[in-house]
Design a protein around this ligand. Structure first.
Ligand code: GTP
Ligand code: MG
Length: 173
């Protein structure tokens, strides 16, 4: 957190997208407040949270937007993507379908967002290794082909969440 009156050098908007229940809201809770909840409710509409961090000696306010993966709860798409300079494209490593839908999310992102947007493919729930349904190799190959950054995270265990945001924010710089 920046202290009251502290100068902010940059405000960067980053959006979270992906199927319902992949863990977008918990990734955000982990990053913004270092919290996690197992009985997280589906997001309705749009929410955002901010966290100020220092990157290359500049104070950067990350404004992270989170929306519903469920179509019926989603807000107006163009407004969600407007001004976004980074995106986390999230699937659940235990749900093959959530990975199979990634090309669709990518298409929506590329048709609505700025063409220079920095995109990180995120395979969440890496703590559930015994239920894995998407191999790291498959995802990594897809990311390479599409020119995306790629990481597997666990919001539950706080694994790679910080790195995912740090990488995107540093790359935006
Ligand atoms: P929508 O808002 O409907 O789009 O879903 P969401 O992507 O925001 O999912 P949410 O963050 O609400 O998480 C869905 C469920 O997955 C909740 O029960 C979370 O506790 C759980 N979950 C999220 N991240 C992890 C994780 O890293 N590991 C495990 N084991 N469970 C997780
Ligand atoms: Mg949510």
């Amino acid at each position: 957190m920046a202290a009251v009156g502290e100068k902010i050098d940059y405000v960067f908007k980053v959006v979270l997208i992906g199927d319902s229940a992949v863990g977008k809201s918990q990734i955000l809770a982990r990053f913004a407040r270092d919290e996690f909840s197992l009985d997280s409710k589906a997001t309705i509409g749009v929410e955002f949270q901010t966290r100020t961090l220092v990157i290359q000696h500049k104070s950067v306010k990350a404004q992270i937007w989170d929306t519903a993966g469920q179509e019926r709860y989603r807000a107006v798409t163009s407004a969600y993507y407007r001004g976004a300079v980074g995106a986390l494209l999230v699937y659940d490593i235990t749900k093959r379908q959530s990975f199979d839908h990634i090309p669709r999310w990518l298409e929506e992102l590329r048709s609505h967002a700025d063409k220079n947007i920095v995109i990180m493919l995120v395979g969440n729930k890496s703590d559930l290794e015994d239920q894995r349904a998407v191999s790291t190799e498959d995802a990594s190959e897809f990311a390479q082909k599409e020119n995306l950054f790629f990481l597997e995270t666990s919001a539950l265990e706080a694994r790679n969440v910080e790195t995912a945001f740090q990488t995107v924010l540093t790359e935006i710089f």
